[in-house]
Design a protein. Structure first.
Length: 281
């Protein structure tokens, strides 16, 4: 049977860990509210950017613009968005699974990682394919960060170095539901709608050429925001589970401690009675 001191030390150690996870859960709960509000507020902005792009594209012959034309090649650039930290359940792992499923269908691949976890994972699994890594922006991104990423991958696409551009990120649905997905960014797939009667100051082709980089940056910015909300949500769930598990372990160890203490007291009583009987005899 374990000694009382050993059991007590284990209880104290788990109690200390539970206090840390409780604090992390509280911090993550505060962050997830702000991240969720920011991600949801960005969706109308992204929708308007897409509407602007589609309005300009609707006045072009379909497939005429290089950003709309499909290519036969299978070279791709993939922007992978994960977190900079762990302790968030299967959040980072699910991003890796979505990337793995995508790369099986691609040929030559260039990876652009956002987040330290994506950088480390891709460096191990896809050696030599990571072209650029961005860290420190996964939780608090700025539009300029997304603009730099979009400008880089669009430059590769327009120069013919890659034939497709994908973004792998986690889509926020609810606090308990997030889905890691791979979305094709380029070439664009616009809905076949009727031509709209609009008057543009610029020719439709020129406006479309300006709208697409704006939309690409807005899309990547929105993907980072949604991923941040998903990361915090996953961390809240993971820390909540950790707190509950720690409580159950403490209860079990406390019961074992009382059983061990009762056993020691019983043993001491038996020894005292036996000694008294021996002296009396």
């Amino acid at each position: 049977m374990e000694s009382l001191a050993l059991i007590k030390n284990r209880i104290n150690s788990i109690a200390s860990t539970r206090q840390i996870t409780q604090s992390m859960r509280t911090v993550a709960a505060i962050k997830v509210h702000r991240a969720r509000e920011t991600a949801l507020a960005n969706r109308p902005f992204l929708e308007q950017a897409r509407r602007l792009m589609e309005a300009a594209g609707a006045n072009l012959p379909y497939g005429e613009h290089p950003l709309l034309a499909k290519r036969e090649g299978n070279r791709a650039a993939v922007v992978v968005i994960s977190g900079d930290r762990g302790l968030c359940g299967g959040y980072n792992t699910n991003v890796g699974k979505a990337l793995s499923a995508l790369t099986k269908t691609l040929g030559e691949t260039r990876l652009v990682t956002v987040g330290a976890k994506a950088r480390d994972t891709c460096a191990q699994r896809y050696k030599g394919k990571v072209v650029r890594s961005f860290t420190g922006i996964s939780e608090n991104p700025f539009y300029e960060d997304a603009e730099a990423i979009a400008s880089m991958v669009m430059g590769w696409y327009q120069s013919g170095e890659v034939d497709r551009v994908y973004v792998v990120y986690t889509q926020f649905q609810t606090m308990l539901s997030q889905t890691a997905a791979a979305v094709q960014l380029l070439p664009l797939e616009l809905e076949q709608t009727q031509r709209v009667k609009m008057r543009f100051e610029l020719p439709a082709g020129a406006l479309f050429g300006r709208a697409v980089p704006f939309y690409a940056a807005a899309f990547i910015y929105g993907a980072i925001l949604e991923s941040a909300a998903c990361e915090h949500s996953a961390r809240v769930a993971a820390m909540d589970a950790a707190v509950k598990n720690a409580g159950e372990m403490i209860d079990a160890l406390t019961l074992r401690y009382h059983q061990a203490r009762q056993g020691e007291i019983t043993q001491e009583i038996i020894e005292i009675v036996s000694a008294a009987d021996a002296v009396g005899g």
